[in-house]
Write a protein that binds this ligand. Structure first.
Ligand code: GDP
Ligand code: MG
Length: 175
């Protein structure tokens, strides 16, 4: 908790990806260290914040959640406006969610800033026995597109902190 501390930077980050890949849970793991097994899809665009220190700077991450619009490909350009970073999430147990990642990158290229830092997130690694997307496929895609890549579990918390911290650090370096 950084109450009373001076905030050096506020960074807007958007979380995108297909419905049900775990976007809301990854976000709640990062901002509140919570996971809710039967999370309901949220209504209306909203964001959560977390303040943390990166490279001796106090950074307030303002992280936006798509709130169900992903189903209708109706994420508006207002959602992307001013975003310095993006978490593009897929589900390692749902091949389709990975097949759609290229479309989400196109969305970003169309609506977001050219300098946006993108992290590709393969979520639900706790379900290794149901894996449908080999890590190597994502590593290759990420390399070709110039994205950072992490595999996470919002359930166990595995790698969630590392993924966000890397993204915020990178934003700090390019900003
Ligand atoms: P969203 O639509 O992308 O925001 O997805 P949610 O965060 O609402 O998660 C969709 C479903 O996947 C929910 O039932 C979550 O409990 C579940 N879920 C999310 N993250 C994980 C994870 O890391 N592991 C497992 N096993 N389930 C997860
Ligand atoms: Mg959600």
């Amino acid at each position: 908790n950084n109450d009373g501390e001076t905030i050096d930077y506020v960074y807007k980050v958007v979380v995108i990806g297909d419905s049900a890949v775990g976007k809301t849970q990854v976000l709640s793991r990062f901002t509140r260290n919570e996971f809710c097994l039967d999370s309901k899809s949220t209504i209306g665009v909203e964001f959560q914040t977390r303040t943390l220190t990166i490279k001796s700077k106090v950074i307030k991450a303002q992280i936006w959640d798509t709130a169900g619009q992903e189903r209708y490909r109706a994420v508006t350009s207002a959602y992307y406006r001013g975003a310095l970073g993006a978490m593009l999430v897929y589900d390692i147990t749902k091949r389709e969610s990975f097949d759609h990642v290229a479309r989400w990158v196109e969305e970003l290229r169309a609506h977001a800033s050219n300098s946006i830092v993108i992290a590709l997130i393969g979520n639900k690694v706790d379900l290794e026995d149901k894996r449908a997307v080999p890590s190597e496929d994502a590593v290759e895609f990420a390399k070709n597109q110039g994205l950072y890549f992490f595999e996470t579990s919002a359930l166990t918390g595995d790698n969630v902190e590392a993924a966000f911290c890397k993204l915020l650090e990178e934003i700090y370096c390019v900003a």
